[in-house]
Write a protein of this length. Sequence first.
Length: 249
Amino acid sequence: MIFETYGDKTKPVALLIHCIFYPGASNYRGIIPYLEKGYYVVVPRLEGLDYPHHDFTPRVYQADKIVSWLKENKIDHIGFLLGASFGAAVAFEILKELWLKIDVAVLDAPALKQSKVRGMFFYMELKKLVKEFKTRGMKVFDNDPRYKYVSMSDKEYILNVYKNLDNDTIKKLSFSCYDYTLPSAIYRPDTKIKFLFGEKDKARMNLPEINNLHSGEIKIIEGMDHMQYIFDKPKDYLNDCGLNVCSRI
């Protein structure tokens, strides 16, 4: 697993775990310039969603590799933990590491649902997107509004990631997003936990499970779709996460 880092190692750690549609740091380009002023930003590239291609790795093992890296680097305190979509499921595993002090944890559009039917729908959607990238290349970005803020270098990276996904990895990734059984609660009294959902986001189907968890604040972002808020309004996004970034950048 490759780890991208930004900012000063002596500052509090911001651990950002990406989603499927924006692999690596491409998910967080809009907020990294704000965060790196006050944090040491760490972005692991999830295996199975990296280039060169690696085989799919289940979320528990992804989290284990991140935890091992934290221990190797003598990091036992996270100032800000952010997980997006599939990355939120990996972040949720990290929340179970009670030895690790975490101040603020935000799960954005969390994929924390048990549904084989939804897994099949997502498999068909992701399979179609990967096929388009393999056949049309960079032209896909011209007609897909979710990539309108992505830089050319990140587009090249995303294209390489998707062009190298085989069907087995696509299937396992898709179904893993809807193969999660939540515990009855999260025991983290010293961690401020927040769940974010876009008003138009299909991930809102996970709200019943999150409501039953009774752990942390739930905020619905008006007018926003999946991963839209973090790109459209990065400063507002971070403020809604509970971080005051008004004076940065």
